[in-house]
Design a binder for this molecule. Structure first.
Ligand SMILES: N[C@@H](CCC(=O)N[C@@H](CS)C(=O)NCC(=O)O)C(=O)O
Length: 256
């Protein structure tokens, strides 16, 4: 079996799919070098490095270059089968792959939009999301000059008020879906599978946002997030309009 010689993971601080790849590498016991990129600027850097696409996570492992949390999960299972990220039973694997796809294609984007909307309102928490990152410039300078990057990222991710308010209204149904998958045994095993990591990273990022945390923390989805992704840097104090959060308050039982 071919063993990876060297692994380098390209991330953006605070990126939830990048956290998926980090946890996969950790669980597999594969040592790697982490390269932190600034959002927006990351696109040009990854293009110049000739990755298949220009988003994070992107991973160079041995001679292979991969982009995408799901692609990375499959490659890591191929080169280092234990512990498996995908079940061997075909039906169980199909269920895990469905949940993983949903985590990538449905849950990731609204959480990303909510965070950029939050940071557009208050840039101060940016520093906390960059904790431990090496951006090539002093963190304080990177943060002080980040206004155009935050504005650009919010625009590129369509983190406008109308979309984010709709995202918040949809979140309770999405949390219920995760709770249901946990009850069915698709999610929540030990060690976590690829879908656990995919979904937990998004929920864990959501839990760094004070406006969202109460809706997550006392339910199976929140427990999964904390277990599968114990450490996620960042903390954003309340900043969203209270009326936008009413659907979440109803879901967490406060004011229901
Ligand atoms: N669905 C992809 C999403 C990748 C993605 O969109 N990553 C974001 C960071 S969370 C990114 O690279 N954005 C580029 C940018 O902000 O310029 C995956 O799971 O790998």
């Amino acid at each position: 079996m071919a063993q990876p010689t060297e692994a380098t993971l390209y991330v953006i601080p605070g990126s939830h799919p990048a956290m998926v790849a980090r946890r996969m590498l950790e669980l597999k016991g594969i040592p790697y070098k982490r390269v932190d990129l600034m959002p927006v600027i990351s696109r040009g850097a990854l293009r110049a490095l000739r990755f298949p696409s220009n988003t994070v996570p992107s991973l160079k492992i041995g001679e292979r270059k991969l982009t995408g949390s799901r692609e990375i999960g499959r490659e890591l299972d191929r080169i280092r089968p234990e512990p498996p990220l995908y079940p061997t039973d075909p039906d169980q694997r199909a269920a895990v792959e469905d949940a993983e796809r949903w985590g990538d294609e449905v849950l990731q984007a609204p959480v990303r939009r909510i965070l950029w909307n939050v940071l557009k309102r208050d840039r101060a928490p940016l520093r906390s999301y960059a904790e431990g990152a090496k951006l090539g410039v002093p963190i304080g300078l990177a943060i002080r000059t980040a206004a155009p990057i935050v504005a650009g990222a919010a625009r590129m991710n369509a983190a406008d008020d109308e979309t984010v308010r709709a995202d918040l209204a949809a979140l309770p149904g999405q949390l219920q879906r995760v709770d249901d998958w946990i009850a069915e045994g698709v999610l929540g095993g030990d060690p976590p599978n690829a879908a656990d990591l995919q979904i937990a990273a998004s929920l864990r990022l959501a839990m760094t946002v004070d406006d969202l945390r109460p809706a997550l923390e006392d339910r199976p989805a929140g427990e999964l997030a904390l277990r599968a992704v114990p450490d996620f840097p960042g903390h954003a104090p309340p900043v969203l309009p209270p009326a936008w959060l009413e659907p979440l308050r109803a879901a967490d039982g406060v004011g229901a």
